[in-house]
Ligand binder design. Structure first.
Ligand SMILES: Cc1cc2nc3c(=O)[nH]c(=O)nc-3n(C[C@H](O)[C@H](O)[C@H](O)COP(=O)(O)O)c2cc1C
Length: 190
């Protein structure tokens, strides 16, 4: 089963990378064929609300999102990972999400023509880390991820989120949590 993992953290060897790595270990153990993309490494322009996708479901901007659209369509599972920045996703992850407006329009157009067929087997999963212990610290990211997965035609498969992680490398040292994350990755493949 094809699994697309999108890391929205700009920090290499950071907490998101460590947590996502553990989830992906579980995914691979369950037979997932993982393709990991670091969004920071791609040239992704933000959506400019030009309306270019309104009647076509195709984005008119030309950059490395082109390749991601086909990977999204071909994947049965998508994992979006991000640290929390100001109660939401990072700019890199949000730019990716906003560019999914083309897929939202594609789905709307297919629905209008009676051609939309939801595949209940396709699911999305959120991985996130935050420095604080705020009760509502993941709420914004979860809402954004749920709606983004819906635009991509995926059901919401849940999330694995960890609070109180700040310094680079902290997550990698929390072995007990990484073991639980690996198990969550395995479960996500069921
Ligand atoms: C610009 C910026 C904004 C942040 N905003 C929040 C926040 O709103 N809440 C929070 O708990 N942590 C916040 N953090 C902390 C990060 O979520 C935390 O350091 C995380 O572990 C970083 O993950 P990484 O190693 O993958 O970059 C912020 C960090 C940065 C750089």
């Amino acid at each position: 089963m094809k699994v697309l993992a999108l890391n929205g953290s700009p920090r290499k060897n950071g907490n998101t990378e460590a947590l996502l790595g553990a989830v992906l270990k579980g995914v691979e153990a369950a037979g997932g064929e993982v393709e990991l993309v670091r969004l920071y490494d791609l040239r992704l322009q933000p959506c400019i609300a030009c309306g270019g996708c309104d009647n076509t479901g195709e984005c008119v901007l030309e950059d490395e999102m082109d390749g991601l659209y086909s990977k999204i369509i071909a994947s049965q599972r998508i994992i979006l990972a991000s640290p929390i920045y100001f109660y939401g996703l990072t700019a890199q992850a949000k730019a990716f999400v906003d560019r999914c407006q083309a897929l939202w329009n594609r789905k709307r157009l297919q629905k209008e023509k009676g051609e939309w067929r939801k595949d209940p087997g396709r699911k999305g999963f959120l991985v996130a880390v935050a420095a604080t212990h705020g009760e509502r610290v993941f709420e914004g990211a979860i809402l954004t991820a749920r709606y983004a997965f819906d635009a991509m035609g995926l059901g919401y498969g849940g999330e694995f989120v960890v609070k109180g992680m700040d310094g680079c490398g902290e997550m990698a040292r929390d072995v007990a949590t990484l073991v639980r994350a690996e198990e969550a990755g395995r479960k996500f493949m069921e």
